[in-house]
Write a protein that binds this ligand. Structure first.
Ligand SMILES: Nc1ncnc2c1ncn2[C@@H]1O[C@H](COP(=O)(O)OP(=O)(O)OP(=O)(O)O)[C@@H](O)[C@H]1O
Ligand SMILES: [Mg+2]
Length: 553
């Protein structure tokens, strides 16, 4: 358990101090909660000796009120520090994780990891967020109370102290074994949760295909299976924890009985007096309560541990190595090509997809890539933006190895027009402005005009302030494509990568898109994956890419 607490404090980063203060207040709260119990011994003694008087009654009353006030004050302070620290820690963690996701190679996002990312960001983080601060506070309070009761029992008699210590340790050992056993089930449960998220995402994303191929039954069967798996694992977890909890309860009860019996023996042997014996009988019922309470939460701790593991896994993923030893020069030096691939060999998995690819694209010229499907054209283009990093060879922009420049600097220089357009659920204006956040409204309008978007924008209810659906759902494919081109025009980067759209749009739209692209490409260095004869005609150089080998066409 200490290990979990250390992990959480480590995650807390700069909020560590706040959490430690909350921890201290929690401890003080428990001190004021337990103090009246200890005082009961003094009261019993006074009653027995018939020495209780009004002055002492007032004193006891005063102390009780002070303890109550102390409890309220420190509970309030602990809650305040703890909950604000909790929200702050997790807001910071989410931002940090978001930042890291941006720096992961694209390969990570296509390896079926989407379910993992979404469960970590939603389920796991939320679980830890809503449980960890309470756990730390409970731990502080319970550990503090247990220490106090132990001291108190030692004060009554060292044998009683030793027995209390022994039983406490026994509960700790049993609790830890129980937690270890449960960990595997908790991990399994989190795993099926992740699979469930993946199935749900897939089901929703693929809804159009599922409907059109009448696959509703088979797909929803899979989803149902994922729901049932999740339920089963939750039940497994509960089943596993129940026997362990009963054992902890039993040790607690046996421990109480043992304390009372030992107290009586000590009384009989004349080691302790009557009032202490009575005190033990009253007090022993609560002696192991703190440590027992701690371990009654094993499920919570096991699930949290599993969530922490998965969060750490995401945090520990290898990022694209971001160096800043070089910067791409603002002007392309004379005699240096804008883009150069030098002996690039690349594989996604084992087999090489690109083999010793070398070519140069001089500034403001167009290179077209042609070749059969699966030849490696998109791969060549994707490597320029560092969607994946190469291990062999190098890629240079204006003479700089792209692995040596900051990612921001690289992305400033390149715009990509993808075949599959993604627009955010936001206004057209904001979607375009992403290309250059400092742009004025006039500049945005100018780019939309250049990208031939005005014909359909004028028909929208709020013009460029119309909010479009996620993924551009309320626009036609060609319209969404033109907006994405407007975004690129605004970005005005010197290099454009174009994966030409094939026959997915109608002839009208195609003509408009072509005009928009022509506008975008004026005076730029172009790497075009060509599907049209027209493009090849306009290209300065045409390369054929087949089986990962590039050759002049
Ligand atoms: N993310 C990936 N993971 C593993 N293999 C991949 C991945 N993307 C592409 N490949 C493989 O790399 C090879 C080259 O693919 P690439 O997409 O570069 O071809 P292409 O020339 O662009 O084809 P097309 O004309 O159909 O778009 C193919 O064999 C493909 O299966
Ligand atoms: Mg391709």
């Amino acid at each position: 358990m200490l290990k979990q607490i250390r992990r959480i404090i480590k995650l807390a980063d700069k909020y560590k101090g706040k959490i430690r203060i909350a921890y201290l207040f929690s401890f003080l709260n428990s001190f004021f909660t337990y103090f009246p119990y200890m005082m009961s011994l003094f009261v019993i003694k006074e009653l027995f000796q018939k020495t209780m008087n009004y002055r002492k009654v007032w004193m006891i009353g005063g102390i009780l009120i002070l303890c109550l006030l102390g409890q309220i004050l420190f509970r309030y302070l602990a809650d305040r520090f703890q909950s604000t620290a909790g929200y702050e820690v997790f807001a910071a963690l989410r931002i940090r994780l978001g930042d890291r996701l941006k720096k992961l190679p694209m390969g990570f996002f296509s390896d079926g990891n989407i379910g993992k990312i979404s469960t970590v960001l939603s389920n796991d983080m939320q679980y830890v967020e809503s449980n960890c601060m309470n756990m730390i506070a409970d731990f502080a309070a319970d550990a503090g109370s247990q220490a106090l009761t132990l001291i108190f029992m030692i004060f009554l008699h060292p044998y009683l102290g030793a027995l209390t210590l022994f039983i406490t340790l026994l509960i700790i050992v049993a609790g830890n074994i129980c937690m270890k056993n449960e960990q595997k089930e908790a991990d399994n449960m989190q795993q099926v949760n992740e699979e469930l998220s993946e199935h749900v995402l897939e089901y929703i994303e693929g809804m159009s295909v599922i409907k059109s191929y009448n696959m509703l039954d088979s797909e929803s069967n899979q989803l149902d299976k994922a729901f049932i798996d999740t339920k089963d694992k939750c039940i497994d977890l509960e089943k596993k924890v129940t026997p362990g909890l009963r054992i902890i309860e039993s040790i607690n009860i046996i421990g109480i009985a043992a304390l009372v019996v030992l107290g009586l023996f000590l009384y009989k042997g004349g080691e302790i007096d009557l009032f202490k014996t009575l005190g033990i009988s009253v007090f022993s019922f609560g002696v192991f309560r703190p440590v027992r309470n701690l371990y009654l939460q094993v499920t919570r701790i096991a699930v949290m541990n599993s969530s922490l593991n998965r969060m750490e896994e995401l945090f520990n993923l290898e990022l694209l190595n971001e160096a800043d030893s070089e910067k791409i020069p603002e002007k392309c030096p004379d005699g240096v090509p804008e883009i150069e691939y030098r002996n690039v060999t690349f594989s996604y998995e084992e087999e090489a997809v690109l083999k010793n690819v070398s070519f140069k694209i001089p500034q403001k010229t167009m290179a077209a890539l042609i070749g059969p499907s699966g030849g490696g054209k998109s791969t060549i283009a994707n490597l320029l933006t560092r969607f994946w990093d190469i291990k062999e060879g190098s890629i240079l922009i204006r003479g700089c190895d792209i692995r040596n420049v900051p990612l921001n600097n690289l992305m400033d220089k390149i715009s990509v027009v993808f075949q599959r357009v993604y627009l955010f659920k936001d206004t057209i204006y904001n979607n375009v402005r992403m290309g250059k956040p400092s742009a004025t409204r006039e500049e945005v309008l100018e780019c939309l005009k250049k990208a031939r978007c005005m014909d359909f924008i004028e028909k929208l209810p709020f013009g460029i302030d119309t909010v479009i659906g996620e993924g551009g759902a309320s626009l036609s494919g060609g319209e969404a494509q033109r907006i994405s081109i407007a975004r690129c025009i605004l970005k005005d980067s010197p290099i454009i990568i174009l994966d030409e759209a094939t026959a997915s749009v109608d002839a009208d739209n195609e003509a408009y898109i072509q005009q928009a692209i022509d506008e975008l490409c004026k005076g730029k260095t172009l790497l075009v994956i060509a599907h049209r004869l027209n493009t090849i005609k306009n290209a300065d150089t045409v390369y054929k890419v087949e089986d990962g080998i590039i050759s002049l066409s």
